[in-house]
Design a protein around this ligand. Structure first.
Ligand SMILES: [Zn+2]
Length: 424
């Protein structure tokens, strides 16, 4: 059984025209005019397919292809249609449009499964002007409540509650989303890898069995500002050279481990003048890994080096942890079922953790969830150069199509092992 690749590729191009910018990228944040248009298009298209369309409180779009009714509830496939500013064509839309293509094929082949098959497009997955990434899935599972959003506004003062109304969502419909959980029996999200692990291994796709945890802290390094001409080298307490050494130490530690990534991506220097020795540097330290214990070990090791550098260079450090998101274990039954499908189809696939958070990480708290990654070329994403090869996309599509057919047969056996906030 195969998807129609040409049709899917044309669909990807068609959707990429909404929010297309001069740099050749796509700028389509949720609630923007381009997003309004693309939602309209998507809703019309899935209605035309005969799907039962529901728009929930968070304005997530659901389209149901009814099954035989032999097994209750639905197997959900999908992702998101919003993009970062000047993003690419694949991050998000690939998963949603593939879901549409798969349902189209089932309809064309006159196949009805025992579960309903449902397509979903989550609202505002990317970080946005409301400062709410993975907004749709977090709201759906109840991690964001209507009370928390009562006063939410973007930088121009637009109220989220009003923006939701414009796209048929609404805070008043938030509570109803909780009643929708029991109907969702499984969720599979297809996404581009946004890294280079698949390309390095020369393998087109991977089944994702966990989502890494993320730790972030602010680090304030306090030295002493002074005249850059009159202060001799031995008399300086330069906060920037001390910070530089710290940042290199983070890199060195993570390079030596292989199972953890560490980044300093934000840095503020003050007073930030050519003739003044930097007196203070504020940076954000981020550490991500598949297991909590790995993150903890990395943070402790990095702390030790930071303290040593601070003492030697006679600067002070103050730190505050502002994010400690635990890793999420995805559903091992779905992962095994997908891996078995790949084996059956003789398609090589890796089993990997996701190094970024996706909607599936939140959906995992209410239903059995897993992901499939397709190889990204040169690991590029969130830019116009984002690309995946048509042959890899086709393989991933055929794989998921067969995967849900297999899952439809085996899911009922595992349905009663409910996921309860599993963390690693
Ligand atoms: Zn995405």
């Amino acid at each position: 059984m195969r998807i129609n690749l040409d049709r899917l590729l044309m669909d990807i191009e068609k959707y990429a025209a909404y929010g297309k910018n001069e740099q050749g990228g796509v700028t389509r944040p949720s609630f923007s005019p381009a997003d309004h248009e693309v939602r309209q298009l998507f809703i019309e298209e899935i209605k035309e397919l005969g799907l039962e369309v529901t728009i929930d409180g968070a304005a997530n779009i659901w389209g149901k292809y009814k099954g035989t009714g032999k097994n209750p509830g639905s197997i959900v496939i999908g992702s998101h249609l919003d993009s970062v500013p000047n993003g690419g064509k694949y991050d998000g839309p690939l998963g949603v449009l593939m879901a549409k293509e798969i349902v189209k094929r089932l309809i064309e082949l006159n196949i009805r499964l025992d579960h309903d098959i449902e397509i979903v497009s989550f609202t505002a997955e990317e970080s946005n002007d409301f400062n709410l990434s993975t907004f749709g899935s977090r709201s759906f599972v109840g991690r964001i409540t209507a009370e928390m959003l009562q006063d939410a506004c973007d930088s121009k003062g637009a109220r989220l509650s009003d923006e939701l109304k414009k796209v048929n969502g609404g805070l008043d419909k938030f509570a109803l989303m909780m009643d929708m959980h029991s109907d969702k029996k499984a969720f599979i999200e297809l996404h581009i890898e946004q890294g280079q692990r698949l390309e390095s291994a020369n393998i087109p796709m991977a089944v994702i069995n966990s989502v890494v945890g993320t730790y972030r802290s602010t680090v304030k390094v306090i030295g002493q500002s002074n005249h850059s001409g009159t202060t001799m080298m031995e008399h300086r307490k330069d906060a920037l050279t001390a910070s530089s050494e710290m940042i290199l130490a983070v890199e060195r530690y993570c390079q030596g481990q292989g199972n953890v990534v560490g980044t300093v991506g934000k840095l503020t220097i003050s007073p930030n003048a050519a003739n003044i020795i930097p007196g203070q540097v504020d940076f954000i330290l981020e550490v991500r890994a598949e297991k909590s214990v790995t993150i903890q070990r990395a943070v402790e090791a990095i702390q030790e080096v930071l303290q040593e550098i601070a003492a030697r260079r006679e600067v002070e450090i103050q730190q505050e942890v502002f994010l400690d998101q635990k890793p999420v274990v995805l559903d091992q039954d779905i992962v095994s079922s997908l891996v078995e499908t790949a084996r059956e189809m003789n398609e090589p696939c890796l089993i990997l953790p996701s190094m970024a958070v996706h909607d599936a990480a939140h959906m995992a708290s209410v239903t059995k969830s897993a992901m499939v990654f397709v190889k990204s070329i040169e690991g590029k994403s969130h830019c116009p150069e984002e690309y995946s090869l048509p042959e890899d996309i086709e393989k991933a599509g055929n794989f998921i199509l067969q995967g849900i057919i297999n899952l439809d047969r085996t899911l009922y056996r595992t349905e009663y092992s409910l996921p309860i906030n599993k963390t690693k």
